[in-house]
Design a binder for this molecule. Structure first.
Ligand code: DX5
Ligand code: ZN
Length: 223
């Protein structure tokens, strides 16, 4: 029996001036993780928030914090986010280059779960070799740097490839997809072997957050 898909709303789409309430509401409405999009204005043009915001968010929820570093030299930032209370820290293969494996090991050395991220134009093969060192493998289904973009269909086969490899090799690694997830495509994406769906706009634009989270989970809501 396939485990139910987990929903990780991205607080990129929240009202930053009322982040504590947003996070408490997400937990009340059934989110499984809180996805924190860290952007440094260099790896991507936009700047969002840093480890202090993550620290504040941590005080408002018991949910695991899934910290997505869209930053240059991510290894230099890891310790800050560990101390802020991150439960998962994912780093871009494009930002780490040949230091990806070391960066993943460094995150794990703090007892925090680690993950590699690939952007839409990066082939799965580029990060396939580090899957065994990952607790999470994040496939960007939009270009990093903005919420509210359209799902890029050609990224979905990478999720299938990743899941195939994880099952074949008996690895313990969650497949996460990030960007453009809606109640219309969530089921199809989950059926491709994705374990965690990141959704920002769809969740925060919803009139009924709990209902939308349940719909993203495929209508089933095993409470
Ligand atoms: C984009 C971020 C995503 C994005 C998801 O750089 O990594 O997490 O916020 O938001 P939606 O669901 O609005 O595409
Ligand atoms: Zn993200």
């Amino acid at each position: 029996m396939k485990n139910r898909v987990m929903i990780a709303p991205s607080i990129l789409s929240a009202d930053f001036a009322a982040m504590g309430n947003a996070v408490e509401k997400l937990e009340k409405c059934g989110a499984d993780l809180i996805h924190c999009d860290i952007m440094d204005g260099t790896f991507v043009p936009r700047i969002t928030f840093g480890s202090q915001m993550v620290e504040s968010v941590k005080r408002h929820t018991a949910l695991p914090l899934d910290v997505h570093l869209m930053v240059v030299n991510p290894a230099d930032k890891v310790k800050d986010f560990v101390e802020a209370g991150a439960d998962y820290i994912t780093v871009h293969a494009e930002a780490c280059g040949d230091k990806l494996k070391d960066t993943l090991a460094y995150i794990r050395s703090f007892g925090v779960k680690c993950g590699a991220v690939i952007s839409p134009d990066t082939p799965f093969a580029k990060a396939e070799s580090v899957l065994e060192y990952c607790d999470m493998f994040l496939i960007m289904s939009v270009y990093p740097g903005l919420g509210g973009q359209k799902f890029i269909e050609r990224t979905l086969p990478k999720a299938e490839q990743a899941k195939e490899r994880i099952v074949r090799d008996g690895l313990k690694c969650l497949v996460e997809i990030d960007g453009g997830i809606t109640v219309d495509n969530a089921r199809r994406v989950a059926d491709a072997g994705v374990d965690v769906l990141v959704a920002g706009n769809t969740v925060f634009k919803s009139e009924d957050m709990a209902k939308t989270i349940m719909q993203l989970r495929g209508g089933k809501c095993e409470v």
